[in-house]
Write a protein that binds this ligand. Structure first.
Ligand SMILES: NC(=O)c1ccc[n+]([C@@H]2O[C@H](COP(=O)([O-])OP(=O)(O)OC[C@H]3O[C@@H](n4cnc5c(N)ncnc54)[C@H](O)[C@@H]3O)[C@@H](O)[C@H]2O)c1
Length: 337
């Protein structure tokens, strides 16, 4: 049986949906404390055993691992706001480091040795070369990235000493929504560019802020690597398959290698929505490199994985989610019919 921590969150719920869609006989166990996630995000299937629990509760997690017959874990649960990690580092060290180490303690005691961990390109810090490959130095410039790097290193230690098998998947910018429209991105507060641009298109905000248009990029705005959340989910499935046949630790980038600028995103959002998008050009934010894109060769070579969804599909599905009323009860009920 597979355990998904943080499965009521954005990426976790898309992983659960994609996993169940591609494994028609399977069930999954989800542990989430609902600190950020949404119970409705898992209403699309009755093959989900949902347990509201904190991953930091060692006794509770041992009980879950043993009673549910857990063989492998996909670990999404974490606090994920870079800005908040700088103002409240204690929250991030506690939730992302201490509680994840508690999860590892429970795994050790319950004899669970396989895990896929959500890491991030924020572990690299300021780029010294581009695109970023997995051997790029890891010098995070914020507490969030540091907490993820600390867990990567702990996992490597567990693999070397106790024979665990683990992948740290370093995501670039997750975006988009499941094609069904049943689930999508719902963070509070939302800090990600695409939902913010779409909300400006809906008139829910006055304008989208562009932080600097004088960077050394073709249109002067920052370039980031956007990856469809369902593509991310498929990479986790490939990683789980690979873990069944191998031990040891490996870290793999999940990105597209392309990248798009802020102005390109706004332009495509304008085309997809058919609405004008008011912009407000603000100053640069400290710590924003001009270009952050993945070298994704290793994901192809090791996992046999590459992205299938392009930027327009990312924005089209995100728009359908924003316009569809989010976790609308009538659509969730219909999916069970
Ligand atoms: N969204 C991105 O672009 C992105 C990029 C890189 C890495 N990541 C990583 O991917 C993972 C998922 O991100 P997301 O955007 O889906 O975030 P999210 O906030 O939507 O999901 C995280 C989930 O974990 C749960 N959670 C948090 N602490 C918990 C705890 N102690 N016990 C149990 N559940 C807990 C929350 O309730 C939430 O449902 C995170 O680890 C994040 O760091 C995300």
């Amino acid at each position: 049986m597979l355990l998904v921590t943080g499965g009521a969150g954005y990426i976790g719920s898309h992983f659960v949906k994609t996993y169940l869609d591609t494994h028609p006989q399977a069930q999954v166990v989800v542990v989430d404390d609902l600190s950020e996630g949404h119970r409705e995000a898992l209403a699309f299937s009755d093959r989900i055993r949902f347990i509201q629990e904190d991953i930091g509760n060692v006794e509770g997690m041992i009980q879950v691992l043993q009673s549910q017959g857990i063989e492998a874990i996909v670990h999404f649960a974490a606090s994920c706001y870079v800005g908040e990690s700088q103002t409240n580092p204690t929250k991030y060290f506690q939730n992302n480091v201490v509680k994840t180490l508690n999860l590892f303690k429970a795994m050790d005691q319950a004899g669970v040795k396989r895990i896929v961990f959500s890491s991030t390109c924020a572990t690299y810090g300021n780029p010294v070369r581009m695109p970023l490959d997995e051997t790029h130095p890891q010098n995070p410039i914020n507490i969030y990235g540091l907490t993820k790097l600390m867990i990567e290193q702990a996992l490597r230690g567990y693999c070397e000493t106790l024979g665990w098998s683990a992948f740290a998947l370093r995501y670039f910018n997750a975006a988009g929504a499941d094609e069904s429209g049943l689930i999508g991105e719902l963070h509070d507060p939302e800090t990600h560019l695409i939902p913010l641009v779409l909300r400006a298109a809906q008139g829910k905000s006055k304008a989208i802020d562009i932080y600097g248009e004088d960077y050394d990029t073709p249109d002067g705005t920052c370039i980031r690597d956007y990856i469809h959340v369902t593509d991310l989910a498929h990479a986790h499935i490939k990683a789980l398959e690979k873990l069944q046949a191998s031990t040891g630790f490996d870290a793999i980038n999940l990105g597209t290698t392309h990248g798009a600028s802020v102005k390109e995103i706004i332009a495509i959002c304008g085309e997809v929505t058919g609405k004008p998008i008011p912009v407000n050009v603000a100053g640069r934010r400290p710590g924003d490199p001009p270009r952050l894109v993945a070298n994704a060769d290793k994901a192809l070579n090791v996992l046999g994985w590459k992205t299938q969804f392009d930027l327009r599909t990312i924005i089209r599905t995100a728009w359908a989610w924003e316009e569809g009323g989010k976790y609308a009860t009538d659509r969730l009920t219909a999916s069970h019919a």
